[in-house]
Design a protein around this ligand. Structure first.
Ligand SMILES: NC(=O)c1ccc[n+]([C@@H]2O[C@H](COP(=O)([O-])OP(=O)(O)OC[C@H]3O[C@@H](n4cnc5c(N)ncnc54)[C@H](O)[C@@H]3O)[C@@H](O)[C@H]2O)c1
Length: 435
């Protein structure tokens, strides 16, 4: 197989995880450049991949000036940069591995699709869940036809309250105004993607949705609570005390301390304490400028009459991504966190059902790779493996997704937001002409 050359645009959390594939599988992938506005991120990449000064760029223009040729650019910038950067890359003929969500509006999404077609470039979207053994096996079972057609899909994404507070109440996805994406698009375009991909015998047609920000609101703040936890008289009795959450537990340090602008291992305790006094990470969870919902449900009707629902809840005690698919002659049900699912098939003889457990704890081929690419239940690793095969013109898995396959999942998210805000049902076919 050809060894691909990749450049990473945005060497943050996601960009560095995908790049790690080159370390794991150097015969398949080589990182030949990194573009990042943050000097410490460029330095980190330089050291890791033995890059020269000429191979790191502080912005996209500098990269374009250098006229670098490579097989793919991994675009792992934040959501609000995806459109402009991807269009500029496509214009110059680069293939792009693009982080989800593609972009925040239907117009921009369709523009990217059109530009990719016009330039003959590939845009592979990081719907990493598709590539996990869990969902790809579900897809294979559905495609085998043994359960008949999908009748109903119930998907749930329960975001653990520690993660939710860190990323969506205090963190960089808390504001649609700033980040470009609402909660549904940022967190669950994966799930709407799964719905469309698993049920791609048909297309989504109608969408409705309800939801609001109901808990992380000023009215729920303890009486006398202040804007910042460091000065708050209620701090010791508060569940969400930033000093406990962010400093003591420090669940997601690469998000929390990113704003300090230094490598994590060089940040001192004093710097962290000072940082919390002036950043949203140090603010009361009931008083941040969070402008997104904290729970939402979405219903989708497909052209063949099958239906799907998605419940997204931010602030659950336990994280859980659950799927229950009911088909004409059986069903599939499971939590990805449990690394297994059940398949039930009608039993004609007994007029009951047979049940089989598909268990992935013994089935993946990640071996001892407990490193970062094994994230997302292996999805971060398998998407890179598929990308290499796809761009080399080799056989890929059932999961390979190109921009055309991501359109409907994103249109569902845009339509759901409109439906929720206007209290209407959106006809996707009429509005966007889904495929
Ligand atoms: N596939 C998934 O499941 C998944 C999971 C988490 C995040 N994401 C998405 O991945 C993307 C990246 O998220 P992240 O958490 O890695 O972000 P991050 O902030 O850790 O990384 C972004 C990087 O881009 C750099 N950057 C900022 N502006 C830039 C510019 N103009 N040019 C070049 N570099 C620039 C930053 O310095 C940073 O290093 C987001 O779109 C996010 O929503 C996807």
């Amino acid at each position: 197989m050809k060894r691909l050359q990749a450049v990473v645009l945005g060497y943050g959390d996601r960009g560095s995880r995908y790049a790690e594939y080159a370390k794991l599988t150097p015969s398949e992938l080589e990182i030949v450049g990194v573009i990042d506005v943050a000097e410490h991120k460029r330095n980190e990449a330089k050291e890791k991949f033995a890059l020269s000064d000429k191979q790191t760029y502080s912005n996209l223009d500098a990269f374009f000036k250098a006229n670098v040729s490579c097989d793919v650019v991994i675009n792992a910038t934040m959501d609000q940069l995806h459109y402009a950067t991807t269009m500029a890359l496509l214009e110059r003929g680069y293939n792009v591995l693009l982080e989800k969500p593609v972009t925040a509006s239907a117009e921009e999404l369709l523009d990217i699709e059109k530009k990719a077609k016009e330039k003959g470039c590939k845009v592979v979207v990081c719907h990493v869940l598709r590539y996990t053994p869990f969902y790809s096996r579900i897809k294979q079972i559905i495609d085998s036809g043994k359960l008949g057609k999908i009748v109903d899909m119930q998907l749930n994404e329960h975001v653990w309250y520690g993660h939710f507070v860190n990323s969506y109440v205090r963190g960089k996805w808390r504001s649609e105004k700033e980040c470009g994406s609402g909660l549904l698009l940022a967190k669950c375009c994966h799930d709407t993607d799964l719905m469309c991909w698993l049920n791609n015998a048909t297309v989504p047609e109608k969408v409705s949705s309800f939801g609001s920000k109901s808990f992380f609101c000023e009215r729920n703040a303890p009486e006398g609570a202040t804007q910042y936890c460091h000065e708050c008289p209620k701090r010791e009795e508060c569940m969400f005390n930033a000093y406990k959450f962010e400093l003591e537990k420090d669940f997601i340090p690469f998000y929390t301390w990113f704003g300090i602008g230094k490598p994590l291992n060089e940040i001192t305790l004093e710097e962290k304490i000072e940082f919390l006094k002036g950043d949203t990470y140090g603010q009361c969870v009931f008083k941040t400028d969070m402008d997104i919902v904290d729970r939402q449900c979405v219903s989708v009707e497909f052209a063949n009459g099958s239906i799907g629902t998605l419940h997204l809840v931010g602030g659950a005690s336990k994280a859980g991504r659950h799927i229950h698919i009911i088909c004409e002659y059986g069903e599939i049900v499971g939590y990805i966190e449990e690394n297994k699912f059940l398949v039930r098939v009608f039993d004609q003889e007994e007029v009951w059902y047979t049940e089989e457990t598909i268990d992935f704890s013994v089935e993946n081929d990640l071996g001892d790779n407990d490193n970062s690419v094994a994230g997302h239940y292996g999805g971060d690793y398998y998407i890179m493996r598929d990308l290499v095969r796809f761009l080399s013109g080799e056989q890929t898995s059932v999961s390979t997704t190109v921009i055309e396959d991501s359109v409907n999942s994103h249109l569902i998210c845009y339509a759901a937001e409109e439906a929720r805000k206007k209290n209407v049902v959106i006809d996707l076919q009429k509005k966007y002409g889904t495929r």
